[in-house]
Design a protein around this ligand. Structure first.
Ligand code: NOJ
Length: 557
């Protein structure tokens, strides 16, 4: 794999491919059924060969694991089931040898109810840690302070007999919200990031950033008709969010990151509009470098128009922000299961990866994507491990399906471990969809991802080129030009299950022919842009020369 020419710069994250690892499910080195840090270290060669620039490890800190690590009981250590701090240091060192940076998940909104701070806080109203969390009197006997509901079901307040007050939690009762208005909390959390930066961590993915602050007056949320998956009345979640304070705090977290060169903040930024997303970069580019653009994950069908519009919205955004594309993660169904009625999953994997890995911006991929792993959803509530699935079944089946063990080879448990029952069942497609088997097949999803990432890294058009759409309203085809001062490529994607023939406007490209760099049609070497036939879900990426007449609106960085 060619080196990423940005690797040593402070802007390394631009053009980077960041690979999300769910540590419970990646590699189980001690064969206890749950993945661990050494299990990640053992597989770094795979990641280097794939060509990723960084790995983001979801929370591996000590935790009661109610929300599988998103309930942290100590921010400065490693959960024993995942290993030790020494194992972590070993992972960082081995990753560094392979030019892979390590990014951690920072659960900023809440801790575990077993965190020392909370255990202290609940003792008395005068405990020095009381104000680390949000404690309030109820409206009356048995009545919480207001009507806010938790996104994980039930009210977002839990009563504590010890002090006869309620504490606030946007997520589970075992995840009490921190009070970021308390300067001591701020300082503690800033120091946590310094602790890890000094250990060689290159940044954080900030969990649930938009819920850091709530209306201090605790105004009731307006009710809306209906009930949620857990049977609670629906409401508009407007007063349990306070965006202005969130942005101010992100600027503070960024200042701390800036104390260490090249450190990057990624945000779990669920937003509805590109304008809202743009705000997360900060007025002076002083908040998050990488707020995730989640809108691809909201597209329900393989409609080229929808994806084109989503890209156009980002490209048209006047704000300086660098785009960050995401298709799947540990909270949402794998993208091969979201599209295509359960059929043609491998073709869809090639199509969608070709889209998001050739756009202008960084890409965050989810483990297993590179082999076409699919969801393996629980069939019975008794098998569900994720609490939201247990509580919300069958309306909400939880997130186990997208978190199953990584598939390495055809041996027992797909090579995840040496035979202990994995915490979640390995998917049935592992005999064909695993790293070892797919490595042997030039047409596998794995080799496709490898070639695509290699191309993305080595071709200047993908590095820094502008983006110019070549199709306007075609529901089946997305085609675009990526162009830098020294290179130009076209990317043509057939989103439909039927063959398509298209004619591109060669005046916009400056030539009517192209040399194929990568295609799902392995025989294709040269293309005629005025008449090009694409197979179902077909992809063509071609180098084009000549002088384009359009004035690309895309920004070159
Ligand atoms: C978002 C995380 O991605 C999800 O897995 C978790 O349950 C919630 N935040 C709460 O931390």
């Amino acid at each position: 794999m060619p080196a990423n020419k940005f690797a040593a710069s402070n802007d390394w994250w631009k053009h980077a491919v960041v690979y999300e690892v769910y540590p419970r499910s990646y590699g189980d080195s001690n064969n206890d059924g749950t993945g661990d840090l050494n299990g990640i270290t053992q597989h770094l060669d795979h990641l280097a060969k794939l060509g990723v620039d960084a790995i983001w490890i979801t929370p591996c800190f000590p935790s009661p694991q109610v929300d599988f690590g998103y309930d942290v009981s100590d921010y400065r250590n490693i959960d024993p089931q995942y290993g030790t701090l020494a194992d972590f240091d070993g992972l960082v060192a081995e990753a560094k040898k392979r030019n892979i940076k390590v990014i951690l998940d920072f659960v900023v909104n809440h801790t575990s109810d077993k965190h020392r701070w909370f255990l202290e806080s609940e003792q008395s109203k005068t405990n020095p840690y009381r104000d680390y969390y949000i404690w309030r009197d109820g409206k009356g006997p048995g009545q919480p302070p207001n009507n806010w509901t938790s996104t994980f079901g039930g009210p977002s307040w839990t009563y504590s007999d010890t002090t006869s007050q309620w504490y606030y939690h946007f997520f589970y009762p075992q995840q009490p919200d921190l009070n970021w208005r308390n300067p001591k909390v701020e300082q503690e959390m800033f120091d946590v990031t310094r602790f890890w930066y000094r250990r060689g961590v290159y940044g954080f993915r900030l969990d649930a950033v938009d819920t850091l602050f709530e209306d201090p007056n605790l105004t009731d949320n307006p009710p809306v008709p209906g009930t949620d998956a857990y049977g609670m009345p629906m409401q508009e979640h407007i007063h349990d969010h306070s965006p202005a304070e969130v942005h101010a705090e992100l600027r503070n977290l960024r200042k701390v990151a800036n104390e260490f060169p090249g450190r990057v903040l990624i945000g779990e930024t669920w937003t509805d509009t590109p304008e809202q997303l743009a705000e997360y970069y900060g007025p002076n580019n002083d908040e998050l470098q990488m707020p995730m653009y989640f809108n691809f994950t909201k597209v329900k069908t393989l409609d080229a128009n929808e994806f084109r519009q989503k890209v156009a919205a980002i490209e048209a955004n006047p704000v300086h922000g660098w785009p960050v594309y995401v298709l799947s993660n540990h909270d949402i169904r794998r993208y091969v299961d979201r599209y295509g009625n359960g059929e043609n999953k491998d073709q869809i994997a090639k199509l969608m990866s070709a889209l998001y890995l050739t756009l202008r911006g960084s890409a965050i991929m989810y483990y297993g994507e590179e082999i076409g792993m699919e969801n393996n959803d629980p069939k019975r509530v008794e098998d569900v491990k994720d609490v939201i699935g247990k509580k919300g079944w069958p309306k909400e089946i939880g997130r186990d399906g997208e978190r199953t063990p990584m598939q390495w080879n055809t041996s027992v448990n797909a090579g995840f471990n040496k035979g202990a029952t994995p915490w979640l069942p390995v998917d049935a497609n592992y005999p064909t969809h695993n790293i070892a088997t797919e490595s042997q097949d030039p047409n596998s999803v794995l080799n496709w991802y490898r070639e695509l990432i290699r191309l993305r890294r080595s071709n200047p058009a993908f590095y820094g080129g502008s983006y110019f759409s070549l199709t306007d309203t075609d529901p089946n085809i997305m085609a675009y030009l990526r162009k830098s001062p020294t290179a130009a490529t076209v990317v043509i994607l057939n989103f439909s299950a039927q063959p398509q023939t298209i004619a591109l406007d060669s005046s916009k490209i400056g030539t009517s022919t192209g040399t194929v760099l990568l295609s799902t049609d392995r025989q294709l070497k040269r293309i005629n842009l005025r008449k090009l036939r694409l197979a179902p879900y077909g992809v063509v990426i071609a180098s084009v020369h000549g002088k384009a007449t359009h004035t690309a609106a895309g920004v070159t960085h």
